[in-house]
Design a protein around this ligand. Sequence first.
Ligand SMILES: [Zn+2]
Ligand SMILES: [Zn+2]
Length: 382
Amino acid sequence: GQRGYAFLALGNDPISQYYKNHPDDYFEDVEKTYIDPKNPFVEEFQVLAMACDRPISKHELKEHQEIIEHHIIKENLKIFNNRIVPNFDKINSMLNEYSIRGIGKSIDIFLSDRKVGDRVLPIALEELHKDAIYFLAGIRYRVKEFDYPKKNLAKLEKISRDYPYYTKSLTEEWPTIETVFEKRVANGVEVAFCKLHIQKKVYGYVNIELGQEITQGEKVMLDNPLEYDFITKGIVFHAPRPLKVIEKAEDEDYAEASGYHATEHVVIEGSNMITGGVSQDLGGISLGTSGLIFIYDGAIGGSGASKALYDRFEKALERSMHIVKECPCKNESGCPRCTFSYRCGNNNEFLHKYSALEILERINKGEKTELIDPTEGDRPLV
Ligand SMILES: [Zn+2]
Ligand SMILES: [Zn+2]
């Protein structure tokens, strides 16, 4: 055969930096496709779609029995000749409103009174709040009006091509564990895969200059913060305390909380290589100085991304340690190639590289921790 060359253009991010230092891993890493067939919100429509395609026999689909019964009670499905068939009178309107782009409620996007697209919640709140810069087909627009939760629409306006900023929302999130599905010990750290209730608030945004190195910007508060809460799936683990860094720190709480926050960022980045996911699929919350770190599916109901991370957690923790350890930056807070994250809802503040490194080294050495209950006083960093 012919000799061929492949080129990989590396970016200014943790994953690029990792592959620069470990090029062999690039060829070894297999992207694991993930899916969550038990997402309850998708399952509801999926079962209806199956019934429309072909009647469901009564002994079929044991794993979806609960949803089938729910639809029969709601009269969306009915029993006919011993088989389960759709009740089109009831479900036609449901199917007409169904969007294949995402499940749940969405925001309609308008440009000069014409609908040009839609975006699902909750991500829509972060991208379409008033004055957000929104990318549509490669062009940037500004959101001039955002009507939520009443009309669920956003109106865009044109901006000049040389407008120097894009926006990144500032968010606050609070997680509650609803059900623990599974628990195990990774290295020495106890980790649980759970059903989570996430309360989310978008309270402002920052303007970030296009092409800027540092992903921090000038803060603007929204007059009306936007709130949303949803059910999803995710993991929680208890990170060990970075005692050496704490001992030397001027502000102990800052160094500790910032270490957990940075660890949360890096584990999400590290998991990208392991799960083949994109960081938009996952959200993260580190709870103050408690050491509790939550990483969850950004899509309501769950996408399977955090389960893929749960199954290969040790490897993600090892990659994370390498990302921080091998970054040549000397900043206490780190840089876009290690601790910073484009999806940070805290303007990449409260990050401590050396604290995160100690935490990740302790985890990889097998230090033991057990899960604890969250306490109200812990400030959540996302
Ligand atoms: Zn760095
Ligand atoms: Zn963050």
